[in-house]
Design a protein. Structure first.
Length: 273
């Protein structure tokens, strides 16, 4: 009797334990990809070959043109129209500008090889510095004209607190580095012509129109140091390049734009003092 009761109790305990045991089974996982809009579309790996172009092409505002008038003979011709800034445009100081209005004429500047040129007296020289029979002076830029930092010298104008390096050329790239030297003008004897911006971070000539007669301008190059006295401050037409002509006396000429007056330029001249 006791054994039967014991077995009955054991059976009941086993059933109860079985009822409270949770079944163990592996969980199922489902991985779905992200929505299409969360990732970019795959692109082709094919190499695209592009035609190489001249990396020195000037596309700045100094090379921009105004379109010709509607219905004019040149209105449909490529590269026609007036330059916005003729004296700063590529070639603006070394051959004249040709557009729908014709040529901009100015005195031809001397060449390096010494050949006779129109509008200039005959001359002879053995170095880069020469003086013609008519007394016109000119000093060409050579490799020996450059300092180790690639500049041609420096310009100092105490009246406006300016001290700046001089670099070769007047394109936009050159004018970000300092005051630009017109490539076809003298760097020492005769007429030295320089240009710079009048506004922005490189506005070296932003105040030259405030100079007074007699203010000093000091030029330093490999040839030496020369001081000039301001003789004139004028507002000239953007097409007036007469200030770049060679001279018999030692002169310096500074050009910059006139703020909000596209058709004019400030032109400051000084004579060696």
């Amino acid at each position: 009797m006791k054994l039967r009761t014991y077995l009955k109790a054991l059976l009941i305990s086993s059933l109860l334990v079985t009822l409270f045991v949770s079944p163990a089974s592996a969980l199922e996982y489902d991985f779905d990809g992200a929505d299409d809009y969360l990732f970019g579309k795959p692109t082709s790996q094919e190499v695209i070959h592009r035609e190489e172009e001249d990396q020195n092409t000037n596309r700045s505002k100094t090379a921009a043109r105004m379109p010709p008038g509607f219905g004019t003979p040149t209105s449909y011709l490529p590269n026609s129209g007036e330059y916005l800034t003729p004296n700063l445009a590529p070639g603006g100081m070394d051959g004249g500008l040709v557009n729908s209005l014709g040529n901009v004429d100015y005195t031809t500047l001397p060449s390096v090889d010494g050949s006779a040129l129109p509008n200039l007296p005959d001359h002879s020289f053995s170095t880069s510095t020469w003086t013609g029979s008519g007394g016109v002076g000119y000093t060409d830029v050579t490799q020996d004209s450059y300092y180790t930092d690639g500049t041609l010298g420096s310009l100092h104008i105490p009246a406006i607190g300016l001290t700046a390096k001089i670099v070769q050329g007047t394109d936009s790239a050159a004018l970000t580095k300092g005051v630009g030297h017109f490539t076809d003008t003298s760097i020492w004897n005769g007429n030295v012509c320089l240009a710079a911006h009048n506004r922005g971070t490189n506005s070296y000539f932003g105040k030259i129109h405030t100079l007074s007669i007699g203010d000093s301008i000091t030029l330093t190059t490999k040839e030496g140091t020369r001081t000039y006295s301001v003789t004139s401050v004028e507002k000239v037409s953007e097409t007036d390049n007469s200030g770049t002509a060679s001279t018999s006396d030692n002169q310096i000429t500074l050009y910059t734009c006139v703020r909000n007056e596209r058709e004019y330029r400030w032109c400051v001249k000084g004579i060696e003092s």
